[in-house]
Each structure stands twice: as C-alpha cells, then as structure tokens.
Design a protein around this ligand. Structure first.
Ligand code: NAD
Ligand code: GLY
Length: 365
C-alpha cells in the first residue's frame, strides 16, 4: 500500500511494505549511489544485513553506522557522535542517510541529515509501530536535552518512508502497545468513525492481525499526511497532533527519559487532557470513561506512577515548547474529532494531573 505526503517539490511516498523492498523503492527516488544506513545496537543485529543486501541489490553502496539505543540516548552527544562519524566517512551532498529503527533512531538520524553539510537526503525505515504511525512521517527531527523533550531539532522531511511491517515480528509486546498510544491519538483526532472502528477492532489490532493492523497504520499515516500537507511547520492545525503530549512530555521529563515509554505517556496524557474538557463542561464524564475503556482495551496504562506529585507534573509543563509569552496551549480532546487548541491554566493542569494519578497521590501541594 502506498500513500503520500504532498508538499510540492518535497512530496514523498509512504510505503507500507517489507524491508527487502528498500533498495528497489529507494532507487525510484534517487539514482543509486553512496548511502549510509544508520541503525542502533538492537535493530542492526536483527535487520541491517537484510537492509544492506537490499540496497546493494539495487546498486547502492551502503555503509552501516550504529548508534546507541533508547530514549536515554536521544541526546546531543549521540547526534554529535553520529555527525562526526559521517564526516569521518567523507559523506558528500549526494550521500543519502537511511534510518533503520524506531522513533528515537529516526528523530536523531533526521536531525543529523538536516544539519550535516547543511542537509543530506534521508529515508525513514520505521521498525516500531509508533514510528510507522507517527514519528517517521512529517519531518520533525531532534533530540532531548535535560530541559525537556525534543527541544533541539529541525523540521526536515525525508524523501521516502518505508514502513517495514515484517520487522514488527520481533518488536516486544510492550513496545507494540506503545505504538497503540499514538494510534489512539489519531483515532481521537480523526473522529467518531476511526474511534469506533478502533474500539471494535482493539483485540484484532492487539493480536496484530495483518489486514486490520495495516488498515490502522494506513489510517494514521493518511490523517497525519493530510495535516502535515496543510501545516508543515506547526503554525496552526498541526499543533492538534500534540494531543496528549503536553501532559505526556511532562511525565516523561519528570520520570526521567526512558522510564515511561513515549506511547504510554501519550495515552495517559490524552486522558488527563480530556479531564480538563470535562472540568470545563465541554465534554461529558462518559467521554472520559470511553477513553479509559479503549485505552485499557489497547493494553495501555490509564494512570501515571503513583509516586509522582501533582505539583511536580504541573511544574514540568513549564518546559513545554508550546509555551509562548508564559501561556501554555494544549490540544484538548473533548470527544472524537473534537480536539481544539486552548490555553490551559496551572489549576487546569492540576485537574489533569489528578485525573491520571491514583487517588492516594492526589495531593494538592
Ligand atoms: P524507540 O525508537 O526507542 O524503539 C523502542 C525499542 O524497540 C528500542 O529499544 C528499539 O531499539 C527497539 N526496536 C525497534 N524496532 C524493533 C524491532 N523491529 N524489533 C525489535 N526491537 C525493535 O521508541 P519508539 O516508540 O519507536 O519512538 C519513540 C520516540 O519517537 C520518542 O523519542 C518520541 O519523542 C519520538 N516521536 C517522534 C515523532 C515525530 O514526529 N518525529 C512523533 C512521535 C514520537
Ligand atoms: N507528533 C506530532 C507531529 O508530528 O506534529
């Protein structure tokens, strides 16, 4: 199956396929030449050989570079090490970077592509569900800093996204469920049709039934591609895609990057942000219950770890990129297809934090 992100001369295809198609598919976008395959220490042993063979088979001359794995390594130091390695290899502006891995690898490689020699072409080959439905599409690249998530980076589009669906076979069930956090987000954003479809098909998606899973991935990619085509640099409508992320990023930062998986943080964040809508009288409590029910059906948590404090979560949102002139704007979900951007007060963020902590942790201090 093939979709596309329409950005004029920078448009690119999203292919839902198999890793072995990489070389042939890339050759349709770029004349075969030098490329660097960047993967991490977990994914490379599993899939680098297949990717290299596919690239070589299509006439490319690939070199493999490995970077460290995990959110805790999504740092300026990893980016710097990668750029240094690329320069040592003598890459030039005709060299294509190919990212093989999850969202962490894709975000780092994309940022390295945007900054090395002021811009190299790059390809996203996502190998996690989360990266297939969200991170690989749309050109957000970057790294975390001690101050917060993704605070350094660039908007920089790939020339091709190949979702290597056959690689999902080795993804752990926990990581697979994380991807469902972003699927849930897209269902909330798109509207009742997708939300109800997901509720009806939660078991089949969890069981990775091929047709159903491909449909879920395609729906997410199509929705995201449409939003990115309208607002590439998040001047407006794209900010809706941050639904669940205001609170989610605060949780990730508060717990230490890598302690709570990104997709889990987003799922919990959506619930907290929906609680603000309920508190405002913009949504019935039944909506919060429907969200909690679907989140649990997808095997995702509905609460943050109980040792967190409301005040710490609220404080952590101060580092959010979306804060401007002291005002924090969040994408608040009042129902499926009813997500709007709205300024949120610290008192409302307390309400959101309370909704995602176990009752005994609901401490006002
Ligand atoms: P991840 O990249 O850390 O992958 C999760 C784990 O699974 C890692 O250990 C990874 O090595 C391993 N793995 C990957 N593919 C595998 C496979 N096929 N088989 C076995 N193991 C495999 O995490 P993620 O959930 O893919 O991505 C999360 C990151 O994505 C976060 O940093 C988040 O900020 C970012 N993100 C970016 C965007 C964007 O628009 N750029 C959107 C959403 C999320
Ligand atoms: N994941 C949010 C975005 O790409 O805009």
């Amino acid at each position: 199956m093939e979709l596309s992100v329409n950005l004029g001369a920078r448009s690119y295809p999203i292919v839902l396929g198999r890793l072995g198609q990489l070389g042939v598919r890339l050759a349709r976008e770029r004349a075969p030449g030098r490329c660097v395959l960047v993967s991490n220490e977990v994914v490379a042993p599993l899939y680098a050989q297949t990717a290299l063979a596919s690239l070589e088979g299509a006439g490319f001359e690939p070199t493999l570079v490995q970077i460290p794995d995990g959110e805790a390594n999504k740092t300026l130091a990893t980016w710097q090490g990668l750029v240094a390695r690329l320069l040592e290899l003598g890459v030039d502006r005709q060299t294509t970077l190919v990212s093989l891995g999850g969202g962490v690898t894709g975000d780092i490689v994309g940022f390295a592509a945007s900054s090395t020699l002021r811009g190299l072409s790059f390809v996203q080959v996502p190998t996690t569900l989360l990266a297939m439905v969200d991170a690989s599409v749309g050109g957000k690249t970057g790294v975390n800093t001690p101050q917060g998530k993704n605070l350094v980076g660039a908007f920089y589009q790939p020339i091709l996204v190949l979702a290597a669906m056959d690689t999902l076979a080795t993804l752990s069930p926990e990581e697979f469920r994380c991807g469902l956090g972003e699927v849930l987000k897209h269902a909330v954003l798109e509207g009742p049709d997708f939300f109800e479809w997901l509720a009806c098909n939660a078991q089949a998606v969890l069981a990775q039934e091929p047709g159903v899973l491909e449909q879920a991935i395609a729906r997410c990619c199509a929705y995201k591609a449409e939003i990115v085509a309208q607002d590439e640099r998040e001047g407006g409508i794209r900010a809706l895609l941050n639904c669940g992320h205001t609170l989610g990023h605060a949780l990730e930062r508060e717990l230490g990057f890598g302690s709570l998986r990104h997709g889990e943080a987003v799922a919990i964040g959506i619930i907290g942000e929906a609680a603000i809508c309920v508190a405002r009288g913009h949504a019935p409590t039944a909506w919060l219950e429907a969200l909690r029910t679907l989140t649990m059906a997808l095997g995702l948590p509905i609460q943050a770890p109980g040792h967190l404090r409301v005040s710490a979560i609220v404080q952590s949102t101060r580092h959010d990129k979306k804060r401007a002139h002291g005002i924090l704007t969040a994408a608040l979900p009042a129902g499926p297809g009813r997500v709007t951007l709205s300024a949120v007060t610290p008192a409302e963020l307390s309400v959101a934090a309370q909704a995602i902590l176990p009752p005994e942790a609901e401490c006002p201090s």
